[in-house]
Design a protein around this ligand. Structure first.
Ligand code: KG4
Ligand code: ZN
Length: 348
């Protein structure tokens, strides 16, 4: 058994977790997530403020995570820290802190790719969310459809060509004058919308697409965002009786339909029996519900993370770090942070 301390500071959550485990047999001892509130008034994350807030929070968050785990610092076997992708100044706080801790304890440190963390996150809720599976990662910065043969063996099927799914939710929420981050607010507003009063075209989704075509799996959300903008500004909208809730619902339906259909294509082509969702947008109940309905028809089981494990957290980083440690990976003390970083083990 290895006890891993996970650290995540890639964006606006300062998070530390303690996880015990061996291979797929893991138990989460503690998870502390401190969400930075300061960005709310700016309607988006201000990188410099994020770095400063991480600096202030990281040490008390560590104390909290250890207390919750009833663990001494000396009982930690290894440190796993997010090294990218993300805000480089924010990442540097976690990376420097993680390296210093590991050095002081005389224990190894390993760098973790943030999106590999999201791939592992759902398995902390459900031990059956393990490879082989089709993965749909939908976060604020990334949207990827991946075929996962085994942990560490990832085949990229499709990705967004412009905005990430979460980014689209946040931008549309802003258009509808909802607070930041907009995803959960937009989902709530959509709940009050009337079905089919507004309809948007499904981006990058056509029947004549065939496996091997570039656009068979790829996604795009910026055109949809523009379509929403036109609808919001359209002078006749009020007369037609459409409300912002109808628009929110129509937007969410278009995103969900597209994500579900592209995932179904991947499940069919690769004959997978499991679909694992990850990233903040995986907290969206409409997405999860529609995915379950569609996959039931294909005989595939859908695994979706709980809210805390869908959005950014250090538990998923500790879990992915355990995998990397078990593969013998160790970082040197010149370990750095990277704004962009290829997912390790990803092939086209
Ligand atoms: O994975 P995450 O916490 O951070 C990144 O790695 O980017 O994802 C955050 C994103 C935000 O864009 C947020 O609006 C979105 O996930 N999100 C949601 C929901 N909850 C969070 N989007 C749609 N519906 C939700 N319920
Ligand atoms: Zn994330």
């Amino acid at each position: 058994m290895t006890r891993v301390l996970g650290i995540e500071t890639s964006c606006d959550e300062t998070s530390i977790a303690v996880l015990d485990g061996e291979r797929d047999d893991v138990s989460l001892r503690s998870l502390v997530i401190l969400s930075q509130d300061v960005h709310r008034v700016f309607g988006g994350v201000v990188p410099e403020l994020a770095s400063r807030a991480h600096l202030t929070a990281v040490e008390p968050v560590l104390r909290d995570a250890l207390r919750e785990a009833r663990a001494e610092l000396a009982s930690i076997d290894a440190v796993a820290v997010t090294i990218g992708p993300g805000l480089v100044g924010a990442l540097l706080v976690g990376v420097s802190f993680g390296k210093a801790l590991a050095y002081a304890l005389g224990k190894p440190v390993v760098g973790v790719h943030h999106m590999e963390g999201h791939l592992f996150g759902t398995s902390l809720d459900d031990p059956d969310a393990v490879p082989p599976f089709t993965a749909l990662l939908v976060s604020g910065g990334h949207t990827m459809l991946i075929d996962v043969e085994a942990w560490g063996a990832y085949r990229l099927l499709g990705r967004t060509r412009d905005d990430a799914a979460g980014e689209a939710f946040d931008k549309v929420a802003k258009l509808l004058e909802l607070p930041y981050p907009g995803g959960p607010h937009l989902e709530r507003l959509a709940g009050a919308g009337a079905k089919n009063r507004v309809r948007f075209a499904r981006p990058m989704l056509r029947r004549d697409q065939r496996p091997g075509d570039d656009d068979y799996y790829d996604l795009s959300f910026s055109g949809l965002k523009t379509a929403v903008l036109h609808e919001v500004r359209s002078p006749g909208a009020g007369d037609r009786g459409t409300s912002s809730a109808d628009i929110a619902l129509a937007f969410q339906d278009a995103v969900v339909d597209t994500l579900v259909e592209k995932t179904a294509r991947a499940v069919e082509e690769h004959a997978r029996r499991r679909v694992v969702l990850g990233g903040g947008v995986a907290a969206n109940r409409a997405l999860v519900g529609a995915m379950r309905d569609r996959m039931a028809a294909l005989g595939a089981q859908v695994y979706a993370p709980s809210g805390r494990l869908a959005t950014d957290n250090a538990a998923m980083i500790a879990r992915a770090g355990l995998f990397r440690l078990e593969r013998g990976e160790r970082a040197a003390l010149d370990l750095n942070a990277f704004a962009s970083l290829p997912l390790p083990g990803l092939t086209a």
